[in-house]
Design a protein around this ligand. Structure first.
Ligand code: G3H
Ligand code: 13P
Ligand code: ZN
Length: 354
């Protein structure tokens, strides 16, 4: 078993100044593509599943698919992370089914759409940390609400995220509050709000500093140099995939994602986990559309899914290489959950503000 915790993985990334793409898994093909790309590039693997993805696949199928990935690639350190846990119970059920890391997203209430307040966020997150760390499992928290600095709108998509206007200070994580939050909760990684949002429609133009606040990340990193920062909504929404979709019957409006250079800039400032879901969805969708429009009489589901799996492999390879995790897998020896739990209990894992 080469399962690894998020904390150990990101500590290694921090020590060697690289970033870990956290790829969202939604079905067998996306999981296969991510681990295959990792294998080809000798990269550690950070697989994440949202609550929606868990419901879609079913926990039993998901657990066995994870186990299959670990069995097929025993030489790769693989972290299993719950994306956007909405409350303690959701995080507990993920821990019980073998996740080595959970996100408690207390920036929103348990309905996953109403912005919470600081006190609620601290208390929910700290209670997940207490349970998780006793089991050696890592916790990611979130401070600040994801949404657009261009429009001020929250980013409701697929039943997750706030729908409505937010003040600019809600859309940007405050560095002092971030330091306090990390000290009060003991999280292993902190997701921050800096103008990114989930889904394809992030920016109406290539983002500059007004709408993608990389300086906020830099300011948080200055306060919390040892805390692993997480960038959600970090898909690049590549033009070639927008074109592939639209040239094959799709109707996506022109849009812009987070340029890879901006992610690379973030990696220099403490961003260690980079969440990517939309790019994979687009690679799969565009490829299916292309196959089906080129093979109009076909009803071959495997034929329709295979090109997307190939494109996703290429996309993940590129991210692994650009973010610097390629070549790192065989340098990491995963520690057991028991050992991680002992370290938390000994109090040697706390992040401190500068
Ligand atoms: O949190 C956002 C991710 O893209 C997951 O989306 O809940 O539709 O799986 P999802
Ligand atoms: P994207 O929608 O940009 O891929 O972001 C995914 C994400 O942040 C999952 O938590
Ligand atoms: Zn997210």
């Amino acid at each position: 078993m080469a399962l690894i915790t998020l904390r150990q993985l990101l500590d290694h990334a921090g020590e060697h100044t690289y970033g870990m793409p956290a790829f969202n898994i939604t079905n067998l093909e996306t999981l296969q593509a991510v681990v295959e790309a990792a294998d080809r590039t000798n990269s550690p693997v950070l697989l994440q599943a949202s609550s929606t993805a868990r419901k879609y696949m079913g926990d039993a199928f998901l657990r066995h698919m994870f186990e299959a990935a670990v069995e097929q690639y025993p030489h790769l350190p693989i972290c299993l992370h719950l994306d956007h846990g909405n409350e303690l119970a959701t995080c507990m059920s993920a821990m019980d089914m073998g996740f080595t890391s959970v996100m408690m997203d207390g920036s929103l209430l348990a309905d996953a759409k109403t912005p919470s307040d600081y006190a609620y966020n601290v208390s929910e997150t700290a209670s997940v940390v207490e349970v998780a760390h006793a089991r050696g499992i890592s916790v990611e928290g979130e401070l600040g609400v994801l949404g657009s600095l261009e429009t001020g709108m929250g980013e409701k998509e697929d039943g997750h995220g706030f729908e409505g206007m937010l003040a600019r200070n809600q859309l940007l994580t405050d560095p002092d509050e971030a330091a306090q939050f990390v000290a009060e909760t003991g999280v292993d990684a902190l997701a921050v709000a800096c103008g990114t949002s989930h889904g394809a429609y992030k920016f109406s133009r290539r983002p500059n500093g007004d709408i993608l606040a990389m300086d906020t990340i830099e300011a948080i990193h200055a306060k919390l140099p040892n805390t692993h920062l997480v960038m959600h909504g970090a898909s690049t929404v590549p033009q070639y995939l927008q074109d592939l979709i639209n040239e094959n019957g799709g109707e996506m409006a022109q849009t812009f994602g987070v340029p890879l250079e901006e992610v690379e800039r973030g990696i220099k400032s403490g961003v260690r986990k980079i969440n990517i879901d939309t790019d994979i969805r687009m690679a799969m969708t565009g490829s299916m559309r292309e196959f089906l429009s080129n093979n109009r009489s076909s009803f071959d589901t495997r034929g329709a899914l295979k090109p997307g799996r190939e494109r996703t492999i290429e996309l993940c390879i590129e991210r692994n290489e650009r973010f610097g995790c390629a070549g790192q897998a065989d340098k990491i020896k995963p520690l057991s959950l028991e050992l991680m739990a002992d370290r938390y209990a000994a109090g040697v894992m706390n992040h401190r503000a500068a």
